[in-house]
Design a protein around this ligand. Sequence first.
Ligand code: UDP
Length: 462
Amino acid sequence: MEKKANKRGHVLVIPYSTQGHINPMLQFSKRLSSKGLKATFATTVFISETMKPELLNSEIDFDTISDGCDKDGFFALGDIDDYLVRLQTVGSKTLTELIIKHKNSPHPIDCILYDAFLPWVLDVAQQFGIVGIAFFTQSCAVDYIYYYVHNGLLSLPISSSMMPIVIPGLPLLDLRDMPSFIYVVGSYPSHFKLVLNQFSNIDKADFILVNTFYKLEQEVVDSMSKVMSQPLLTIGPTIPSMYLDKRLENDKDYDLNLFKLDSTSTCWLTTKPPCSVVYVSFGSLVNLTSDQMKELARGLKQTGFYFLWVVRSSELPKVPHGFIEEMGDKALIVTWIPQTEVLANEAIGCFFTHCGWNSTIEALCLGVPIVAMPQWADQTTDAMLVEDVWKVGVRVNVREDGIVSGDEIERCIRQVMEGEQGIETKRNAMKWKELAVEAVCEGGSSDKNIDEMVSKILARCK
Ligand code: UDP
């Protein structure tokens, strides 16, 4: 590991404070560090207090800004609108202080890599003449749909006469293929504003990075690149190299988990045959209804496959009474696991997922077929891409009462785990895995993009 003090070019990385934003941006910070830049990862004060000491001894530095919720974090406030106002006001002030603190140090900040959910960070960076790079944590397809809406190229609400929806670089879109904010009119207005605002000042950013790889989203990357005034660079997948490159499999990884990690799954998986386990997770934010949890439990049991099910502690009371005991060794239910490590385990046969972008790209890059049960936001579009474009899985059908039945869950899992379709899906998944590895290896499309960006940052260092 190169000594931190020898590094030139200091990048400050600022993620939005949820797990799905922290993970790719932390992994990318490690990547920048491996390219010789000094990387400092800034979390909120609240999150910094939950960090494990080994994180603080890693090759990247950590620092903090405040979101105005230092003691109890976002959840104490509850209201997203209040939170976003406070985050911007207190965040801008404490970010300014952090930049000034570093100004007279041996390593002044040369560049800020900010989560596109936080466009105000770019305004602060520009007041100091610092390079500003936007990092988009969702698929390029979804980013481009939001760009279309933000720029008035797609007017809402969408009427039946506007179907199918045509956006260059994307397949013809049905209403249910759109992000949920668009097809469920009026749902989650604050979150919708947040995703559209990513484009509010984007023309001023020096680069745009997207956590995807070129061959995965080639047409939409090309289309979106044409309308952006600065380079749009695909830099993903951001998952640790040791899961992509066999030669590095003994490397150690570290994460910043916002939930308490349960490591028992690795041991349990080693006792199971290859491709025999269904891995089930709905990420860090989705809450299912008790009725849906009951159907999910029923469907999983009916398949007869082993399953590893992540149920966050707040969701545990919804697991049907006695289910865990009844399943015995057939199932392991845990509250939070190291997901990439689990997906890389050869015992995993498919991933039953909500299709958050990180979960989707992690499965794709590790060659794991998907059963998609999207809930909201970008997940509906990701699920369409999984089934129709990349052909690495299937989407569940939702009943009129909004529930996905246990029988439907069983049917979809069998479809990707068994028979001719199962073999074909696995073959496709392995093809995407190979292309992902190619993109991040030396000289691959993502690797070259990162090199291009690093050399431009270095050229602008004082
Ligand atoms: N994750 C994890 N352990 C778990 C469940 C999820 O480490 O038990 C990670 C997963 O690898 C992914 C992130 O949490 O990187 C979830 O992000 P995603 O975009 O899939 O969904 P979100 O939580 O934002 O809805």
